[in-house]
Design a protein around this ligand. Structure first.
Ligand code: FE
Ligand code: FE
Length: 168
């Protein structure tokens, strides 16, 4: 890992980490979408694939405007979260209960992103990157609204169906 000695280094490290995480999610979303039996949930994952392009492009724009380069960071946490969902898909047949677990997994991803972007917004402000802070805040708001949509899906349909499911 690169040396981190000041807040700007920490900012670049965190930005590099979330950039890798976003790219990992973008790759994983098609499989997650095709694994859902709830059509709204599948659509939600499909939509989120398009929504992921925005944050990725914004990070690239931020690098241009600050004249910084990202480090090659592997976000192992995101790797782990995606692995957990893939294990659920492998181990269980398609059903509402599996959907409920996939929503739980997706919410963990959103919360990871919310934590990362929340820190980045604060650090950008402290570093005097006010325009960059606004751009990152936009992504932070989007991640929060995705989390809220997942909440609504879970409470409206999926959890109820999952609760009705009995062991065969
Ligand atoms: Fe990470
Ligand atoms: Fe997200």
């Amino acid at each position: 890992m690169e040396k981190i000695i000041d807040l700007k280094d920490a900012f670049i490290h965190e930005l590099s980490d979330i950039y890798d995480a976003e790219n990992q999610i973008a790759k994983a979303l098609p499989e997650l979408a095709s694994a859902c039996c709830n059509k709204q949930l599948a659509q939600g994952f499909q939509n989120h694939l398009q929504e992921t392009e925005g944050p990725i492009q914004r990070i690239e724009d931020i690098c241009d405007s600050l004249d910084i380069e990202l480090h090659s960071v592997d976000c192992e946490a995101m790797e782990g979260l995606i692995k957990e969902s893939n294990q659920i898909i492998k181990q269980m047949d398609e059903c509402p209960l599996r959907d409920a677990l996939l929503i739980a997994g997706a919410q963990k991803v959103e919360h990871y992103e919310i934590a990362s972007y929340g820190c980045l917004v604060q650090w950008a402000k402290q570093l005097g990157y006010n325009e960059v802070a606004n751009i990152l805040q936009q992504t932070l708001d989007e991640e929060k609204s995705t989390d809220e949509k997942l909440n609504q899906l879970a409470t409206s349909a999926v959890n109820e169906q999952a609760g009705q499911q009995k062991a065969a």
